[in-house]
Ligand binder design. Structure first.
Ligand code: OXD
Ligand code: MN
Length: 672
């Protein structure tokens, strides 16, 4: 066995061979490998001059270092010095690359190819049970001034609308205590990616550095990874710096659980809007590690959006076409795991209607001078959907989209090489042998939990049969309505329309929902989730509301609605509304409102449907009266609680327009 020693990283002798390609100084030490895999040796070494003038020797395993733009080389070089990886691997996003990386992960035991012939090029992955969701408690915004990140809360109140860390603490915690040498013995993958169609006027570039090849495969699905981005970055575009490490240098202190190395005790996810930089340590899962998603496309992008006059929101984008052939584009903001993917891929239960999906999780919205409307793009290229509950009844299009080129994480594996999660009981018979998300043997229907509640499918958007022709339109699609919603078992009617833009912003600011499994929360308590963005604000929520309110002063904005598919009968506890494909009936009402139909009447909380104005034909017995009722006691309490929340959480940063809306709504409720 040959063990090569890494050459000195810092060069002391002559400077002239800066761009000379040198023979490789690195091979992987056999003892640091899992399962004695064969990694290729580094192809060549280069010297890179860093911002501090130092020349650093870098081993390149794949890709043409000298073709990278200077600022990208300096950026990568800076983190090679800090993180000290074995070598650098410049990703090109190609099929071959994905196959090579996936094969390595299969060899290592992290990925299992699905052998069932129904699936094409699909894999299952299981994580360490300590790394299964976004970790909101360890996610921070880093700014010099605390109140650039979070609002002024009332005294003794713990802020819930973002977490702030000072620049000094962040530097110490991340750059001094965690990151140095954290990629030791590992390969640093360099991923050039675009959020939004490459080169589009609403799109933005990023470069992610990661030591986790599962992340490479997932980023390739969720974003547009393409080496042409290097050229664009070199010319005129900036990029968001995304630095991710699982924080497990080699040699490993202990064998990773489920072959999923991570460092859950030390997880830290930092965002520095000023530097357009995300630093993530310790977790390989979802929003903690696929930095293009929540970290870039929501937290960093929302600050860019404020500065540049647009919006970055936690919203699906869809189109619906009525039987007369008129198409409407809608954005809808629901908290995590409240059915955004299901609505985005709706199968309408009313004859003649057609629905198309543009995006299922994030929308970037910008006013378009040509059309005079707010336009939206989906910055992502894939779906990272919550698996449990997805079935051919609830979302056949999502299920179908998962049949090829998909990575499943923490779902069950059936004995015939397919997948199982809660919700698929009608498609996979009871008694089928399965390995659950923790690798234990069990059977469908034996009462045990098979998939983790936050288990996911990561599938390319192009797989979706109802993806809209314009989903990649760089100019986006023109938005006709914005919808807010949450899981509200009590008191909140099926649908209402905001009185005007300011009232709509207030409705969004007051958004609440039952807690879900997408983050570390447990239980079913009703939580505030303003604008469905509570975990994703990139700056002070008071200023965020100010920005929303001001949008309407500059340009005409779409009408705003609120929906609740989840109201329960107070006597039986059963859902009052069938939901899913029947939600088209509510969207139909919304579209008719957009056309100016006189089908709404004023209520204390907004404009509600006039009796019989929602098409319930063929639904049988629906208790519309209960579904649409606005119980005074409930709403009085709700408003008091909302006032308290906004006063406590947003304090002096709460815009006066929102205070006015609170006062007015309280008065209207008092007069019920
Ligand atoms: C998501 C989330 O993963 O909202 O989309 O948590
Ligand atoms: Mn989401």
């Amino acid at each position: 066995m040959t063990i090569y020693e890494a050459g000195p990283r810092v060069r002391s002798e002559n400077q002239s061979d800066k761009f000379r390609v040198l023979p490789p100084s690195v091979a992987i030490d056999e003892r640091t490998r899992h399962n004695s895999m064969t990694y290729p040796m580094a192809e060549y070494d280069v010297y890179q001059t860093l911002d501090d003038g130092e020349d650093l020797r870098i081993s390149v395993m794949k890709g043409e270092w000298n073709e990278l733009p200077d600022r990208a080389r300096r950026f990568i070089g800076k983190y090679v010095k800090l993180l000290n990886p074995l070598a650098v691997y410049l990703c090109d996003g190609s099929e071959d690359e994905a196959t090579e990386v996936a094969d390595k992960l299969v060899e290592r035991g992290l990925l299992f190819p699905l052998t069932n012939p129904k699936f094409e090029n699909c894999y299952l992955c299981r994580t360490d049970p300590a790394d299964v969701a976004r970790v909101e408690g360890k996610t921070f915004l880093v700014t010099n001034d605390r109140y650039d990140s979070v609002p002024h809360t009332a005294e003794d109140v713990v802020g819930e609308l973002g977490r702030w860390m000072s620049t000094e603490t962040a530097t110490k915690e991340m750059l001094r205590d965690r990151m140095p040498n954290s990629m030791k013995g590992r390969v640093m993958y360099v991923i050039p990616f675009s959020m939004g169609p490459i080169g589009g006027p609403m799109s933005k570039f990023g470069i992610q550095l990661t030591d986790y090849n599962y992340v490479v495969l997932s980023m390739r699905i969720m974003t547009r990874v393409d080496p042409c981005i290097w050229k664009k970055i070199s010319k005129d575009s900036d990029f968001v710096q995304c630095i991710h490490t699982i924080g497990v240098p080699r040699p490993l202190p202990k064998k990773p659980i489920s072959h999923w190395p991570c460092n859950p005790e030390r997880v830290l996810v930092l965002h520095e809007p000023k530097h357009k930089r995300v630093l993530s340590y310790g977790s390989g899962y979802g929003g903690n590690s696929l930095l293009g998603k929540k970290c870039f496309a929501l937290r960093i992008a929302s600050t860019l959006a404020r500065d540049e006059g647009w919006l970055a929101e936690h919203m699906l984008i869809m189109s619906i076409t009525n039987p007369a052939g008129k198409e409407y584009f809608i954005c809808a903001a629901f908290p995590s795991a409240c059915g955004k993917t299901n609505l985005a891929m709706l199968c309408p239960n009313l004859p003649g209607w057609k629905a198309r999906c543009v995006g299922d999780d994030i929308a970037w919205l910008k006013f378009n001078e040509k059309t005079g409307k707010l336009h939206a793009i989906n910055p992502e290229a894939g779906f990272f959907g919550v698996a449990p509950g997805t079935s051919s009844k609830t979302n056949p299009h999502a299920l179908d989209a998962c049949m090829k080129n998909t990575i499943f994480t923490n779902v069950g594996l059936t004995e015939d090489g397919g997948i199982f999660w809660e919700g698929l009981e009608d498609e996979i018979p009871a008694g089928t042998k399965v390995t659950n998300w923790m690798g234990e043997h069990c059977q469908v229907g034996d009462g045990s939990r098979i998939a983790h509640p936050n288990s996911r499918f990561c599938a390319p958007a192009e797989n979706c049969k109802i993806i809209h022709d314009k989903w990649q339109d760089p100019e986006g699609v023109p938005i006709d309505a914005i919808i807010f919603g949450g899981r509200r078992p009590r008191g909140v009617p099926l649908v209402f329309e905001a009185r005007d833009w300011d009232h709509g912003v207030f409705v969004g600011a007051s958004l609440k929902s039952e807690a879900t499994a997408a983050a570390e929360h447990t239980g079913k308590k009703i939580m505030h989730d303003p604008m469905a963005m509570r975990p994703f604000f990139g700056y002070n929520f008071g200023q965020y509301l100010r920005h929303w309110l001001d949008m309407n002063k500059k340009h005409p904005m779409p009408r705003i609605f609120h929906v609740n598919w989840f109201r329960k009968d107070i006597n039986t506890g059963k859902f009052l509304w069938p939901g899913f494909g029947d939600n088209i009936r509510v969207l139909d009402w919304i579209c008719r409102r957009l056309e100016g139909e006189d089908i709404a009447e004023s209520s204390p909380i907004g404009l509600i449907p006039k009796p019989n104005s929602i098409d319930t034909s063929g639904l049988g017995d629906i208790d519309m009266e209960q579904l649409m009722s606005i119980p005074k006691d409930y709403w009085k309490e709700d408003m008091e609680e909302t006032r308290m929340y906004l006063e406590n959480q947003v304090g002096i940063d709460l815009p006066r327009e929102i205070r006015k809306q609170l006062d007015q709504q309280e008065d209207r409720i008092e007069n019920i």
